[in-house]
Design a protein around this ligand. Structure first.
Ligand SMILES: *Cc1c(COP(=O)(O)O)cnc(C)c1O
Length: 354
């Protein structure tokens, strides 16, 4: 068992049983005496993995009929492009809510490939809140949102009311809470925060909206092709999909979204309570927008930095240095993070107090 309390923002913690099974499959997958790393993606054993991973996504998120679940490559950053090429018409405009570094990267791509309408931005306050009131024009092709802002520690709690299709980058909070898939035209998420290792990106996309765009779409970015081919247009990222499947099995076996949402609420409350009650710490995100996945905080007295850094290092805590654009600390407490590790961090914060 790992003795390190891994608060890394991404790639990030995976469940220990998942890692054990994943490592076994590297030497002997399904008792084939072959490694998962050296089998064909068209073999029946891998096809079963893909089918199972897709079925688990559908079951766990209650995906309605008419949506395709895809496991592709290129990271969420390629999702920025897939959004534009599949959903923004040649002369159309994409509406973007600018709530953090990843939102901004997404909208910068829209500026390059088409027209951008930034409906609202919280950059004026270093992205420490989620704008709530803004007009959404029905002239725009879609509204793009980032449901959890990994770097700044904010999370959209209430989906905007929109008459245009909503496309969501859920890289850092997918499978962390209940969502209504039918509210979205497309959801995409890099696997490496809440699902598996880096190397695959999950897409959940509404079939009826694909194949309608007047753009020329390069085949690798054409989601209708990937949907038609069941994510096997080209070689899929076999191993990341396998590990994602293991994570989904773990999630389902423990009680699925209802269970993990309850646990995530408890975990976040434990840490935010300490931040709010310990005068030596202060949260950086607006309270009502606080993320349950990435908890950002700073010391109120910078002179204690050396002492605190020594304390958490000694406690076996890893990966809590804040992103350079926020400073301070960021504790990423994704699905696989046990509450015991958060307790260790809280105890460490209390030690600084005494
Ligand atoms: C990590 C992250 C990304 C970037 O994902 P890549 O797979 O590295 O392209 C995009 N959006 C959000 C919200 C993220 O947390």
């Amino acid at each position: 068992m790992s003795k390190v309390h891994n608060f890394s923002a991404g790639p990030s913690i995976l469940n220990q049983d998942v890692i054990k099974k994943a490592s076994e499959a590297v030497t002997n997958f399904n008792d084939l005496n072959l490694s998962i790393l050296e089998i064909s993606h068209r073999s029946k054993d891998f096809v079963a993995v893909m089918d199972n991973a897709v079925a688990l996504v559908k079951e766990i998120l209650n995906v309605p009929e008419g949506y395709s679940v895809l496991f592709l490559q290129g990271g969420a950053s390629t999702g920025f492009l897939a959004t534009i090429l599949n959903f923004m018409s040649k002369d159309g405009t994409g509406a973007y809510l600018n709530t953090g570094a990843w939102s901004k990267k997404a909208l910068q791509e829209a500026k390059k490939l088409g027209n951008l309408n930034m409906v609202a931005s919280s950059e004026d306050n270093n992205f420490n809140y989620i704008p709530k009131v803004y007009p959404i024009s029905t002239n725009d092709d879609y509204l793009h949102i980032t449901t959890n802002n990994t770097i700044f520690g904010t999370q959209i709690k209430k989906l905007p009311v929109s008459r245009i299709p909503i496309i969501a980058d859920m890289s850092s909070d997918i499978f962390s809470r209940k969502i209504n898939v039918s509210d979205y035209a497309m959801i995409y998420a890099g696997a490496q925060k809440n699902l598996g290792p880096a190397g695959t990106t999950l897409y959940i996309v509404k079939d009826s909206l694909l194949g309608k765009n007047d753009r020329t779409i390069p085949t690798m970015l054409d989601l209708s092709v990937h949907a038609d081919k069941g994510s096997m247009f080209n070689t899929p990222p076999v191993y990341p999909i396998y590990v994602s499947m293991l994570t989904l099995e773990w999630l389902k076996a423990n009680g699925g979204i209802e269970w993990i949402e309850r646990v995530n609420n408890e975990k976040a409350a434990l840490l935010y309570n300490e931040i709010d009650n310990n005068p030596l710490f202060e949260g950086t995100a607006a309270k009502e927008d606080r993320s349950n996945m990435n908890v950002t905080f700073v010391l109120t007295d910078e002179s204690k930095k050396e002492q605190f850094d020594q304390l958490w290092n000694e406690a076996g805590i890893s990966g809590i240095n804040g992103h350079r654009s926020v400073g301070g600390y960021r504790a990423s407490i994704y699905n696989a993070m046990p509450i015991e590790s958060i307790q260790v961090l809280v105890d460490t914060m209390k030690k600084l107090n005494s």
